[in-house]
Design a protein around this ligand. Structure first.
Ligand code: PEP
Length: 259
């Protein structure tokens, strides 16, 4: 079955809501200039919480055909959790996607696979699509343990989900050593791990889930390297950090299929 690639731009902690309005509008102009077709490659922006209302309003008001979402979510619905933002709040803003388990959340906030699993379940419960991040640090890669490490993470973050739920979500394989470093995994490295993740999904959740789950690669993706990465059979898109802050560059990444 064919999976529509998802190219999602993770703005991280960049751009206030005024800057966000400019960036999303410029991105749309660049996509239109490049004859963007969402059926060929879907674009989404993953923005700071403070930008969400502005981005949602512009996307809806100007009929901008891209998705948007948040970079994290609470595992709780509401209550005394100062500083947290809940899934129902994000659903009310009509977020399409919510990233959970980004390596920066794992590293700086001690997020575990069990917590990420709980967050992914909340995202699904409120009708949005989680983009669940997994990936190994350099030490684990050097020791040759990257496959078992990533598959253990995958098992943990997908625990208790149904085959239908798994088939509809997005997994982002992001080797931590390639995030924001300029180091890119080779297309073969990306394929090795993305293929193993799909194999795990097939063995655990069945062929239909494996055929429809989208598996992204993330780590220093740019217009100059996206085509060869996307040529790999088990890579269904990219989670893009730094390069997503440049609308022309990000549009070129989204339009990778034009060569
Ligand atoms: C990311 O933030 O998920 C990411 C992949 O960043 P970068 O593209 O800058 O490596």
């Amino acid at each position: 079955m064919s999976r529509i690639p998802l190219i999602a731009g993770n703005w991280k902690m960049n751009k206030d809501h005024v800057e966000a309005a400019g960036l999303v509008t410029k991105l749309w102009w660049s996509l239109i200039d490049g004859h963007y077709e969402a059926e060929q490659s879907e674009a989404a922006v993953i923005v700071p919480f403070t930008d969400l209302h502005t981005v949602a309003t512009i996307i809806e008001g100007d009929k901008i055909g891209i998705g948007f979402g948040a970079q994290d979510v609470s595992e709780h619905d509401s209550g005394a959790y100062t500083g947290e933002v809940s899934a129902p709040m994000l659903a009310k803003l009509k977020c399409n996607y919510v990233v959970v388990g980004h390596s920066e959340r794992r590293e700086y906030h001690g997020e575990t696979d069990a917590l990420i699993n709980a967050k992914a379940k909340k995202v699904i419960e409120y009708g949005m699509t989680p983009i669940i991040c997994v990936g190994e640090v350099l030490e684990i890669r050097k020791e040759g343990r990257h496959l078992s490490h990533v598959l253990t993470q995958t098992k943990g973050v997908l625990d208790g989900l149904t085959p239908e739920q798994v088939g509809a979500l997005v997994i982002a394989y992001e080797p931590v050593w390639a995030i924001g470093t300029g180091e890119v995994a080779t297309p073969a490295d990306a394929q090795e791990v993305c293929g193993a993740i799909r194999g795990y999904v097939r063995d655990t959740f069945g062929p239909a889930a494996a055929d429809s789950v989208r598996i992204q690669y993330g780590g220093s993706v740019k217009a100059s390297n996206v085509v060869e990465i996307m040529a790999e059979p088990d890579v269904d898109g990219a989670l893009v950090g730094g390069a997503s802050l440049d609308p022309a560059e990000f549009a070129k990444i989204v339009l990778f299929y034009k060569g």
